[in-house]
Design a binder for this molecule. Structure first.
Ligand code: ATP
Ligand code: MG
Length: 559
């Protein structure tokens, strides 16, 4: 989609290989299989870009399949959010929206088939006993005493399980494979559990639910998937994936595993992210500090930036962690091209231009986007009383501070040179106001006599400015790897207590009255800012997407 040159990695190699061999009649059909038990995060973005990307590149198809086999944790709120996020990222599953729960009946019938083949049995051991019988990596497992039940008895018990005759946890259906297999997944794995819960789609029609291992491969096969791409933790499940399909003698997709995406200073587990939401460490799944797609969208990240990032990190067979600065690099790169420039002052300091006529004001030309001249120009008002950034003035500046100081001249962007003559302080000694003079000859920002200034400051006209609230974000966690904790610690100990700073009395140029939720701007010199949905008519709220400094550029230069 973004990158037309042909990509190579081990997954694409395998697919090309299959195509060369004429497998699947030249079809490529992938799927993205989220479990609707949370919102999607950046890790899912990697998987979405891969699965939908492969379909695009190989002229194939990609299904969206909700892996909704666990009624206790799944909700339709999550289904809606997942669909919204995939569409926002720029991918389209067309009419191929499927649910593993749509296959409950087929899966049941497949299970009956395995029982008939003496390849599955109903087991009455408790969960604890099953665990004990399972053995370890070093010791073989022990066969369940129920393993030798007759086909008839198994068929009867399994049907009764389905018909709600038994309590949760009292019985399971297991595959009959090999309790001494070196692969623990092959030691008579569980296929069905009894769970009396209402399912978000099937309601109370079922009280037995398939496990991931039992549902996944068969769902892939039913959908005629050719390449079932998943993350590395499923590598040891592949023999089981294949075993089920072989026993059933149905279409066998090829499972290929790749490494999960991990990012520094954040976590990528729905379970943990849910914990942050539930315990109010963040303000919901779409909190702009979250690595969720809804969070980073609210923060101002663009789908293009995320797709470019996913394309650049590539696909590998070994786990690794990507520096979050690398992701931020792609956001800046994209927003630099697109975001209209405006001026806004986060911490206003009043500046009075003593030699400017009291009631006068003028409109100066400002360029909307130097990276895209087709974006045109706009007018910004200039008047006697202005605001500049507090940190752009120092009464007693150190050597390397080139911005405004007593007796010093600087340029105001798109306006004039101003010189500071006087400082006014309150009774506590805080600077409340600067008195300056402007040079009318420097309109537009240059002096006809060629004299230079060392700084250009952003500013707004006080009486024309609009007030805004700005939310500044820092990393959600203090540690690169938040999961690394002290002996008895928890990843939550590593949460950054200062990850959100709200600044309420910011002043923005008046063109921003029309800013609508989701719009993204570059505030000159300050960074990229996205209008938050919390914005009301009286209070415009911005999220800082990122600063302008590209830490990644620095990091990659060092290496
Ligand atoms: P989590 O651990 O966050 O719950 P999951 O793997 O259980 O993740 P699923 O909803 O089952 O979440 O994932 C849907 C798809 O996304 C799967 O194919 C999974 O392999 C993939 N996926 C999940 N997390 C990542 C990740 N960090 N990097 C790449 N792919 C991922
Ligand atoms: Mg999962």
């Amino acid at each position: 989609m973004d990158d037309i040159q042909e990509k190579t990695d081990f997954i694409r190699e395998s697919i090309r290989d299959d195509l060369k061999k004429g497998k699947n009649n030249g079809r490529v059909h992938t799927r993205f299989p989220p479990e609707p038990n949370g919102y999607l995060h950046m890790g899912h973005a990697k998987s979405i870009c891969l699965n939908f990307g492969l379909a695009d590149e190989f002229n194939g198809k990609c299904n969206l399949r909700f892996d909704d086999t666990n009624p206790t944790k799944e909700e339709s709120e999550y289904v809606q959010s997942i669909k919204k996020d995939i569409g926002w990222l720029g991918f389209d599953w067309k009419d191929r929206e499927y649910y593993a729960s749509d296959y409950f009946k087929e899966l049941y019938e497949y299970a009956v088939l395995l029982i008939r083949k003496s390849k599955a049995f109903v087991c009455d051991l408790t969960a604890d006993e099953i665990r004990q019988y399972r053995g370890t990596l070093k010791t073989p497992g022990k066969e369940s005493p129920y393993r030798s039940r007759s086909v008839e008895e198994n068929l009867k018990l399994f049907e009764e399980m389905k018909n709600s005759k038994y309590e949760d946890g009292s019985r399971v259906l297991r595959a009959k494979i090999d309790m001494s297999s070196p692969n623990l997944n092959m030691r008579d794995p569980i296929m069905y559990r009894i769970i009396h819960e209402t399912h978000h789609r099937t309601g109370n029609s079922w009280c037995i639910y398939p496990t991931y291992d039992w549902a996944h491969g068969q769902s892939d096969s039913i959908e005629d998937i050719t390449h079932s791409i998943c993350t590395l933790e499923f590598e040891d499940h592949r023999p089981l994936y294949n075993w089920f399909l072989e026993q059933l003698e149905i279409h066998r997709p090829r499972q290929i595993e790749f490494a999960r995406l991990n990012l520094t200073y954040t976590i990528m587990s729905k379970r943990k992210l849910l914990e942050l939401v539930k315990n109010k460490y963040v303000n919901g799944w779409d909190d702009p500090r979250m690595p969720t797609l809804s969070g980073i969208r609210r923060r101002g990240y663009t789908p293009e930036a995320i797709r470019n990032f996913c394309s650049q990190i590539g696909i590998a067979k070994a786990d690794s962690t990507i520096d979050i600065a690398f992701l931020e690099h792609f956001v800046r790169e994209d927003l630099n091209k697109k975001a209209p420039r405006v001026m806004g002052v986060l911490n206003p300091l009043k500046v009075v231009i003593d030699n400017y006529p009291d009631d006068n004001f003028e409109e100066l030309d400002a360029i909307n986007n130097p990276e895209d001249l087709s974006a045109g120009k706009r007018k910004i008002p200039f008047s006697k009383i202005l605001y500049i950034e507090k940190e752009d003035f120092m009464e007693d500046p150190p050597k390397k501070f080139f911005r405004l100081a007593p007796g010093r001249e600087v340029r105001l962007r798109y306006a004039y040179f101003i010189k500071c003559n006087d400082i006014i302080k309150d009774k506590d000694g805080n600077i409340t106001e600067l008195h300056c003079t402007y040079d009318p000859e420097t309109k537009g920002g240059d002096a006809p006599d060629g004299r230079k200034v060392k700084a250009t400051l952003h500013w707004v006209s006080a009486k024309h400015s609009i007030k805004a609230e700005v939310r500044l974000y820092d990393r959600l966690f203090l540690k690169e790897n938040p999961l690394k904790t002290q002996m008895s610690g928890d990843y939550k100990d590593n949460i950054n207590p200062d990850s959100l700073k709200v600044v309420t009395d910011c002043r923005l140029e008046p063109s921003l009255v029309q800013a609508a939720s989701g719009d993204i701007y570059q505030f000159e010199r300050l960074g990229y800012f996205a209008v938050d949905p919390d914005t009301t008519e009286d209070n415009i709220v911005f999220n800082r997407t990122s600063t302008l400094r590209d830490q990644w550029a620095k990091i990659s230069k060092k290496n």
